[in-house]
Design a protein around this ligand. Sequence first.
Ligand code: MG
Length: 260
Amino acid sequence: MIVIKSAEEIELMAKACEVTANMLDELPGIIKPGMTTKDIDHWCEQYILKHDMKPAFKGYGGFPATACVSVNEEVVHGIPSKKRVLREGDIVSVDLGTVYRDYYSDAARTYPVGKISETHERLIKTAEAAFFAGLKQCVPGNRIGDISHAVQVCAEEQGFSVIRDYTGHGVGRDLHEDPPVPNYGKPHHGPRLTPGMVLAIEPMIAVGDWEVDVLMNNWTAVMVDGSYAAHYENTVVITEGEPRILTLKGAKPEAVLERS
Ligand code: MG
């Protein structure tokens, strides 16, 4: 069942999302070679607690940390560790959310660690561009498949693959609500977009093949072929007109697309 949110509910979500957006904006100044994935998690947790909110992921389905921190061939659900040291040339995906008065936020970015390869720079930019391609479809009357298809086309045009095993989703009083928002699919298929729907749209793309495996920790999803993966996610509200991105401040979609 797809839950349509009231204006009041959306404002509560916007509060949760603002803190998440601010963290994701500050992380490029924090992430450096030599730090561990646990250091990133600790910084995020302190940030959320300082703002009197709760980490959305900690304990969710038994996840042991505040942020999912996934390095290189890890695509999502990386468990932060004191042993995982970031090195120059790595790429690191940080996926996290907050809870404010029972309402969730959810967003992710992939960051370079120092200087990275041109391919991986393009991978990161394409994940972002794919989100904005999907966002353009976020108007009432369109369907989920229109978002999915636009994301897929954008990623595949750049020669990257789209992960099938994980999807975007509705978000609200639960972290994961209906409907699923796959990053591949057919136009004009799936549930119709309606004002008041709130969706976490989250392209996950890889340099190589799209097949993933889950590590023995039962969480971390890795690319089977070892190629690097990138993730870009925002919490988005469907409105009567233009979609509203709750976890991004200031950036105009056009500006982002021009860079890619
Ligand atoms: Mg999500």
